[in-house]
Design a protein. Structure first.
Length: 125
């Protein structure tokens, strides 16, 4: 990770080696396409997205992997698809030496968008 906390996602991505920057930009673009109305920001020192006023997903670059955080619910819903990766309660590590599973990331982001919409509708009642 980076020593100084970035203020923007562009600054965050620029702090990594070129090969990692390419992958981080792929992940960013995938999230933006899957959730075009999500807001980007830096939170906990990493790129973060919010939708409907709630956390959506985060991602982060590391030496050997990209961390992707769809919160526990987003990971639980895709347990089978994530079974070949190192996972935590609300995190997954996608190795940099393998192609990024952009289709899976898209599915996870869209799942979280729907989840946030349901939560927002429930709060409105």
């Amino acid at each position: 990770m980076i020593a100084n906390k970035p203020n923007t996602i562009n600054e965050y991505i620029a702090s990594f080696p070129k090969s990692t920057q390419i992958v981080l930009n792929q992940v960013r673009s995938t999230i933006q396409k899957a959730a075009p109305k999500a807001e980007e920001k830096i939170s906990y020192g990493m790129p973060a997205y919010t939708f409907a006023g709630m956390h959506l997903v985060y991602f982060a670059g590391y030496k050997n992997h990209i961390g992707f955080y769809a919160l526990p619910s987003g990971h639980h819903a895709f347990t089978k698809e994530l079974s070949s990766y190192k996972v935590g309660k609300g995190s997954v590590q996608f190795p940099l030496d393998s192609p990024m599973p952009l289709g899976l990331i898209t599915k996870m982001v869209k799942f979280r968008v729907k989840e946030n919409m349901v939560k927002k509708a429930a709060k409105a009642k």
